[in-house]
Design a protein around this ligand. Sequence first.
Ligand code: KIV
Length: 264
Amino acid sequence: MKNVTINTLHKLKAGGEKFACLTCYDALFAGLYGEAGVEVILVGDSLGMVIQGHDTTLPVTMENVIYHMECVKRGAQGSLLIADLPFMSYASESQTLENAARLMRAGAQMVKLEGGAWIAESTSLLAERGIPVCAHMGLTPQSVNRIGGFLVQGRDPEQADTMIEEARLLEGAGASCLLLETVPQALANTITEALSIPVIGIGAGKDVDGQIMVIHDLLGISPITPSFVKNFLADSQTGIPGAIADYVAAVKACSFPGPEHSYD
Ligand code: KIV
């Protein structure tokens, strides 16, 4: 696959072509993604739950993300590489800059931060210094204890309006893209249309510009399976590579996510 950059994602959004993203934690899978045409790889702090066996992403450290980023970098074949800044690794200005730089040195081409208005300042700081930011809104798992669980966000009209405002604010602050997790499809649609930056969704319905899934969910081996995930391995004739290729094809054809994977 030709090297994917943020410009590629902008072109895909402008042309109305959906793009496929997946989480990844090792070199071998990163190579498979390149062959299947997965445009974006996320070294997510979901690794705390699917690799390390924790109940939440909170125990994940900078060292953990750097280790997996370095593994993924060695196998990647053209996908755009995003790495998560883990819990409490962007609590102050200097910490944010230092930790984002560490992820970029490990091979990331963009960093992801969870939050709304409060990450606007960090977003501009990073963007001004040449570090692209993916802002993660909606269900932000690092705040699971404040939210009170892994719950759908933005169902209440007031909360939905705040999310739309904050998404615009983050775009204005210099975010290169936005990730929406577990929000009603109509809200994700409104935000995607309101922004010129690409919007990636997970449990956010079919109208966003790109879809992302945790690879363990796609393979049907996660201990917890939210309703928005689909096991692509179950119907694959060619094992794991086929399941990944089927996911990419389904995203491109807009046949995934279906209504059964989305929230009203
Ligand atoms: O950490 C992660 O893998 C994520 C995805 C669930 C989007 O943030």
